[in-house]
Design a binder for this molecule. Structure first.
Ligand code: GDP
Length: 321
């Protein structure tokens, strides 16, 4: 039986990946942080079928002990603070967990269990303000915030451990991926959650920043399928994962409110507090390598994703009333 360790199993991606691996008959060990209060809501439905381990990516001994004890065939590292914008408030912590944490993990694998396959969660944030449009695996990296900078260190370390030590390490450069399990600090979930509240009379306005900002938004569960595929190849490699489409925050609002029979223009207030500097970026994925080598394609269309998120928020709010 294949055994997998998912670091960050309680997050959006970790929980979808946990479901996917269980469906495929994989034994799942989930690592959750010991240092901060942990929300287990995303994994309540599978919690009885997985084994949980608490630890910190700052703790080399704990990482070594976990890998020594479980000797997982596959190790997925999805444990990291996930908000690029918020990373300016925690540069050192983000560097320690998203950057040095990966050094500790790779060292543990090299020393304790070098046969393990390792997945590193990289991000389109590596591209910063991209020089080429669209972006693929050869586009130069120029991250612009502490999150992207820590992720860049982790990305290169994964690549170099593969080349230098022959470890099976892959880096998935994932563009924005959303779902009903996305944190409320991200614009998609902020919109669907607030729109659902407005529909139920629990809120009257939605304050947003730049409505013309565009992103390449996909569905998180589709992206965990790509992670799994990357780990099943003969040779390890790095892959860009996205949809090759961009949409604006405005389009997202229009659809989300539309599904609730509301007009976003009646509720959305543009608020300078949520404007970000340096926003002239065109982030769009060229995932042709993943499509050719992994046979991977995003399954869920943009409209379906917005509808899924709106429906889920409406359902949850209604059942909590
Ligand atoms: P990011 O790609 O990781 O920064 O994902 P976000 O969901 O936080 O932001 C996506 C885009 O939405 C960015 O270009 C933001 O500038 C834009 N945006 C506009 N209004 C808001 C807002 O109120 N909150 C957030 N988080 N983003 C906003």
């Amino acid at each position: 039986m294949v055994k997998a360790l998912i670091l960050g199993i309680n997050g959006q991606d970790g929980s979808y990946l946990g479901e996917l691996l269980l469906e495929r008959g994989v034994e799942v060990v989930g690592w959750i942080p010991s240092s901060i209060p942990v929300n287990l809501e995303n994994i309540q439905h599978i919690i009885k079928r997985i084994q949980l381990v608490e630890g910190s990516l700052s703790d080399q001994e704990a990482i070594n002990a976990c890998i020594e004890e479980h000797r997982p065939d596959e190790i997925y590292n999805l444990a990291s603070p996930s908000s690029p914008a918020a990373s300016w408030d925690s540069t050192v912590e983000v560097g320690d967990i998203a950057g040095l944490g990966v050094a500790r993990l790779l060292e543990a694998i090299r020393v304790v269990h070098p046969a393990a396959h390792y997945y590193q969660a990289s991000s389109s944030e590596l591209f910063g303000n991209p020089v080429d449009v669209p972006q693929n695996e050869t586009t130069p990296f120029q991250p612009r915030n502490p999150y992207g900078i820590a992720k860049l260190y982790a990305h290169w370390l994964t690549v170099r451990y593969r080349q230098e030590y022959g470890l099976y390490g892959v880096s998935g450069i994932l563009f924005n991926h959303e779902s009903p399990r996305r944190g409320l600090q991200f614009v998609t979930r902020k919109i669907t959650h607030t729109a659902a509240k407005i529909k139920l009379g629990l809120e009257s306005e939605l304050h947003l920043g730049n409505l013309d900002a565009r992103r390449d938004w996909g569905f998180a569960r589709d992206y965990t399928e790509a992670m799994w595929l990357m780990m099943q190849q003969e040779a390890a490699g790095d892959f860009v994962i996205g949809t090759a489409e961009t949409h604006s925050v405005r389009e997202f609002c229009e659809l989300a409110f539309g599904f609730l029979d509301l007009d976003y223009r009646d509720y959305v207030v543009q608020d300078p507090q949520f404007y970000r500097p340096l926003e002239k970026r065109q982030l769009i994925a060229d995932y042709s390598k993943a499509s050719k080598k992994l046979g991977w394609h995003p399954k869920m269309k943009f409209e379906e994703l917005v509808k899924l998120m709106v429906d889920a928020d409406l359902d949850t709010l209604q059942s909590n009333r």
